[in-house]
Ligand binder design. Structure first.
Ligand SMILES: C[S@@+](CC[C@H](N)C(=O)[O-])C[C@H]1O[C@@H](n2cnc3c(N)ncnc32)[C@H](O)[C@@H]1O
Length: 267
């Protein structure tokens, strides 16, 4: 979730503006920020979407978003970096295959793994090698067998067409330079009739030029976010139907978190 310390850090930063950076350079900065998060002693502030001063520590935030974190180690809950709970009130059924786009340290993957049971499967994809290593170590620690973590970019997801029942994602799409491509990928990997549950940041009002151009604000889930209307349209343009906002909470003056459900039509 968005880091409000970002606004103070931004004021001191003199790096190249986001609009001058090619997409690969932006992704490089995002990868670097989240590698730092994954290898830190504890999650997360100043580099990531975490907003510790306002929302409390990662584990507390997860509880507040409705996660049942009992029995999970700090290496999972303490590295939760989402801005909502895409699984909350979502119909994930036993035996289903779930894909988590931008899986981080794995909290949503482990939660979904409980829901799909031994006959189901949950795959997490993330482009930061250190995050994938952390999530794999967490899976081993928990002894969870029905999960898998793959290194990959959301603009080119390493998953077969039509092979998953449910796509979830938590505070990640805002970090992807080509959101249209990423949502098309989500659509491609879903089977017809498959569902998507996303929590993400959206903008409410205009950011100052300084924040808009700041790569720290970008990696902090602020300046890469879109306004809600165009964001929903991007999901529809990727082919999704029944695109609905299921919840919204204000995170700061210009940033809100939204929970969105969408469907891949059967025809
Ligand atoms: C704010 S964290 C959220 C992590 C996790 N979903 C959670 O709730 O804790 C964003 C994650 O998305 C990953 N990410 C960002 N852009 C990505 C991209 N283009 N492809 C794959 N992963 C990406 C980062 O490496 C990071 O682990």
């Amino acid at each position: 979730m968005p880091n409000m310390r970002v606004h103070r850090v931004v004021a001191r930063s003199r790096s190249k503006g986001v609009s001058e950076m090619p997409p690969e350079e932006i992704k490089g900065a995002v990868r670097k920020a989240y590698a730092k998060v994954a290898t830190a002693q504890r999650c997360c502030c100043n580099t990531s979407c975490c907003d510790e001063p306002r929302m409390g520590k990662s584990a507390d935030r997860a509880k507040r978003y409705g996660y049942d974190t009992k029995g999970l180690p700090k290496s999972v809950t303490g590295f939760f970096d989402g801005c909502g709970n895409p699984l909350y009130l979502s119909d994930i059924r036993e035996g289903e295959t779930v894909l988590d786009l931008g899986s981080g340290a794995g909290l949503d993957v482990f939660m979904a793994a409980k829901r799909v049971g031994a006959e189901g499967r949950v795959i997490g994809v993330d482009m930061t090698p250190e995050m994938i290593e952390k999530a794999k170590a967490n899976a081993q620690k928990l002894g969870v067998k029905n999960v898998e973590f793959r290194l990959g970019d959301l603009e080119d997801v390493p998953i077969d067409d039509g092979s998953v029942d449910v796509v979830i994602s938590n505070c990640v799409m805002n970090l992807v330079p080509d959101k249209q491509k990423a949502f098309r990928e989500a659509y491609r990997v879903l089977r017809p009739g498959g569902r998507m549950f996303v929590s993400d940041t959206v903008l409410e009002g205009a950011l100052s030029k300084r924040v808009r151009e700041s790569i720290k604000a970008y990696t902090g889930c602020v300046s890469g976010a879109m306004e809600e209307g165009p964001y929903l349209q991007t999901i529809r343009d990727a082919g999704f139907a029944d695109v609905k906002v299921m919840g919204r909470s204000k995170l700061s003056r210009h940033v809100a978190s939204v929970k969105i459900n969408a469907l891949k039509p059967t025809k």
